[in-house]
Write a protein of this length. Structure first.
Length: 305
């Protein structure tokens, strides 16, 4: 059996999250999280660019209950490549409380896609962050997108803000709903009304099939997790970006923890504190209901209308 050694400097997820002060609405969905391994059961991909700590389905579901969420959307981690077995295992054991986003290659068969669908997969992820994955040809990705449209799935795209101009034409030709990870990773040291983020706003405004996850303040922050004036909430520099998306596109935003927070370099967040970030970006009960309940259920459980 292969022994997997964590990437040097890897930050393990925080095992003692606080209880959020913000009470989540009934039926809330953590719409972006992962499982890693356990590696002795679900080995990491030979092509991976990092080796994480293990983060099991049982630990994820315990966090779900502790924070007050009802359901999870589990996104295939790049360290597992296109081997979706850990994801499928988590979905199968979720008691119907999880749906998933997988990773597939051009060689995937219709039978394999149907099996993923039966397990609860409702989308595929295309990763354009060069430090995390090797480049997949766009014609292959477009072929996959056309095939998964048959099942009513969507495409999740992960990219960095500076790369949006060169990816624009490809993204706007995708034949499905498109969900952007982490607001397209804006540089929050730049103005919220500056040209870089305005391009992302234009992308969503001109393409009503595009949604955004208003996630990962811990990944985007420059100022860090420190609260101001003794207040519990943190990541103040990210709030204007996320709030603008929630206010402008309230029917096309979702939120998630990103547990267990892969590839962070400077600090590991308290997931309870992340939940307390929510009311600062979705400032009314109506917006909170859309962000946490209505929107993710419409996308992942459309049969529950």
């Amino acid at each position: 059996m292969t022994e997997f050694i964590k990437t040097p400097g890897w930050l393990d997820w925080y095992t003692g999250p606080s209880k959020p002060q913000f009470q989540l609405p009934q039926g809330a969905v953590d719409a972006h999280c992962h499982v890693f391994g356990p590696s002795d059961v679900f080995p990491y991909s030979p092509e991976r660019k990092y080796t994480p700590c293990d983060a099991s389905k049982a630990q994820l579901f315990a966090l779900r209950d502790h924070l007050g969420f009802d359901r999870n959307i589990i996104v295939q981690a790049t360290c597992h490549g296109a081997d979706n077995r850990a994801l499928v295992d988590a979905l199968t054991h979720s008691g119907g409380k999880a749906r998933g986003v997988g990773t597939v290659k051009r060689s995937v068969t219709d039978q394999e896609l149907q099996s993923l669908h039966d397990a609860g997969v409702r989308g595929v992820r295309f990763n354009f962050v060069k430090r995390l994955v090797d480049f997949t040809p766009k014609d292959e990705l477009m072929e996959i997108a056309a095939r998964i449209a048959h099942w009513g799935w969507h495409v999740v795209i992960y990219f960095e803000a500076v790369d949006l101009p060169e990816l624009w034409d490809f993204f706007t030709k995708l034949p499905t709903t498109v969900v952007v990870d982490h607001m397209g990773r804006p540089d929050v040291s730049k103005p919220v009304d500056g040209p870089e983020f305005e391009l992302f706003i234009k992308f969503m405004r001109e393409h009503p099939n595009v949604w955004s996850k208003v996630t990962c303040p811990e990944r985007l922050t420059v100022t860090g997790p420190a609260a101001l004036n003794g207040e519990r909430h943190a990541y103040h520099d990210v709030i204007p970006f996320a709030k603008r998306l929630v206010d402008t596109f309230s029917d096309r935003v979702i939120w998630g923890t990103d547990w267990p927070h892969p590839n962070l370099k400077d600090h590991m967040p308290d997931d309870g504190l992340l939940v307390d970030f929510i009311p600062h970006i979705a400032t009314t009960h109506e917006l909170q209901q859309k962000l946490l309940v209505t929107n993710p259920r419409r996308l992942y459980w459309p049969e529950e209308k």
